[in-house]
Design a protein around this ligand. Structure first.
Ligand SMILES: NC(=O)c1ccc[n+]([C@@H]2O[C@H](COP(=O)([O-])OP(=O)(O)OC[C@H]3O[C@@H](n4cnc5c(N)ncnc54)[C@H](O)[C@@H]3O)[C@@H](O)[C@H]2O)c1
Length: 280
C-alpha cells in the first residue's frame, strides 16, 4: 500500500509554477491543476520523468465549485501542505471581465477555500505581478474593501465595475492579490500556516518569449535594458524565492508581498523607466 504523503497543489502548470513545484515537491504528492488539462498533463510528464509523484486535474479558478472539486481531489492523497497559485491571464490575453473573474475573484476564492483546509505547518504562495505596484496609492476605503470584502462582493465594487481597460483590470487584480494575502494570512496563521504573494517582473516563459519576438519586441527590449538589472528574470529565480518562503526558514514570513523584478518598479517610479507611466 502506498504511504500517505503531504500534498502540494499547483494551479497554473506553466513555467513559473513548475519551477516552484520542483523545489518543494520532492517526496510529496504534487497535484497539477490547470484550466487546460493538456497543460497539466504536459507538466506532469516532465515532473514524473524527474522523479516526482503527480496527479492532474482540470480546474477553473474563476469557479468556486471547480476549486472545491480540486480540494476534494487533493485531499484523497493526504494533507494539503503547500499551495502554489501560478494561474492567471495577462492584459493581452483576455477581456476586462475575464481578467477580473480569474485574477481578482479566482485568487480571492482560492485563498479563502484553501485557508479552510491547509495543514498545520503548511505554506502557500500566490504569483501576483509587478503590475500591481504600478497603480497609484488607493485610499483607505478602497484598500479595506479589496482586502476584506467577500470574493463575490469584490466584483460589484463601484471602482472595479468602472474599469474599462485590460491593463487597469490586471493592475487592480494584482494589487488586490497582495491585500487579500495580507487579510487571509490571519486565518491561515490560526491553522499554523503561512501565505505570501510574489510579484514578478518580466520572467522568461513561453508567453514572455512570444512578446520578445513579436510586434511589441522593441518596447519590451528597451524596458528590460533600461531596468536596473538590465535583463529579464527566470522562473528558477522566482522559484528560489518561493522555496524560501515555503521552507522552515520562512516560518516568520506571512501576509507579505515580494517584488522580484530586477528593480523595474523602483525605476518606474523614480528612475529611467518613468517614461512608462504614460502607457503602463
Ligand atoms: N511571465 C511573466 O513575465 C510574469 C510576470 C508577472 C506575473 N506573472 C504571473 O505569473 C503567473 C503565471 O504566469 P506564466 O508566465 O507562468 O504564464 P503561463 O501562461 O505559462 O501560465 C499560466 C497558466 O494559467 C492557466 N490558467 C489560465 N486561466 C486559468 C483558470 N481560470 N484556471 C486555472 N488555470 C488557468 C493557463 O492555462 C496557464 O497554463 C500569472 O499569474 C501571471 O500573471 C508572469
Amino acid at each position: 500500500m502506498s504511504r500517505v504523503k503531504d500534498v502540494v497543489v499547483l494551479i497554473g502548470s506553466g513555467s513559473i509554477g513548475q519551477a516552484i513545484a520542483r523545489r518543494v515537491g520532492a517526496g510529496k504528492h504534487v497535484v497539477l491543476g490547470d484550466l487546460r488539462q493538456e497543460a497539466a498533463d504536459k507538466a506532469a510528464k516532465i515532473l514524473e520523468d524527474a522523479g516526482f509523484e503527480t496527479s492532474t486535474i482540470a480546474v477553473d479558478i474563476s469557479s468556486r465549485d471547480s476549486i472545491l472539486n480540486l480540494i476534494e481531489h487533493a485531499k484523497k492523497f493526504g494533507e494539503i501542505k503547500h499551495l502554489i497559485n501560478a494561474a492567471g491571464v495577462s492584459p493581452s490575453q483576455a477581456p476586462v471581465e475575464k481578467i477580473l473573474q480569474v485574477d481578482l475573484y479566482g485568487t480571492a476564492v482560492l485563498l479563502e477555500e484553501f485557508g479552510k483546509v491547509i495543514a498545520d505547518g503548511g505554506s502557500g504562495v500566490m504569483i501576483s505581478s509587478q503590475s500591481g505596484h504600478r497603480l497609484g496609492a488607493l485610499n483607505e476605503d478602497e484598500n479595506y474593501k479589496l482586502a476584506t470584502y467577500s470574493p463575490e462582493e469584490l466584483l460589484n465594487l463601484d471602482f472595479i465595475k468602472a474599469i474599462t481597460d485590460t491593463l487597469k483590470a490586471y493592475q487592480y487584480s494584482k494589487r488586490c492579490n497582495g491585500l487579500r494575502v495580507m487579510y487571509e494570512s490571519t486565518a491561515w496563521g490560526k491553522r499554523g500556516a503561512t501565505i505570501n504573494a510574489i510579484s514578478p517582473g518580466i520572467i522568461i516563459t513561453p508567453l514572455a518569449n512570444d512578446e520578445l519576438h513579436g510586434p511589441r519586441k522593441d518596447g519590451y527590449l528597451k524596458m528590460i535594458e533600461a531596468s536596473p538589472a538590465g535583463r529579464a528574470g527566470t522562473p528558477d529565480e522566482v522559484a528560489a524565492l518561493a522555496e524560501h518562503l515555503m521552507s522552515e526558514n520562512g516560518r516568520f514570513i506571512s501576509g507579505a508581498d515580494f517584488l522580484i523584478d530586477g528593480g523595474t518598479t523602483a525605476s518606474y517610479w523614480f528612475g529611467d523607466l518613468q517614461y512608462l507611466k504614460k502607457t503602463h
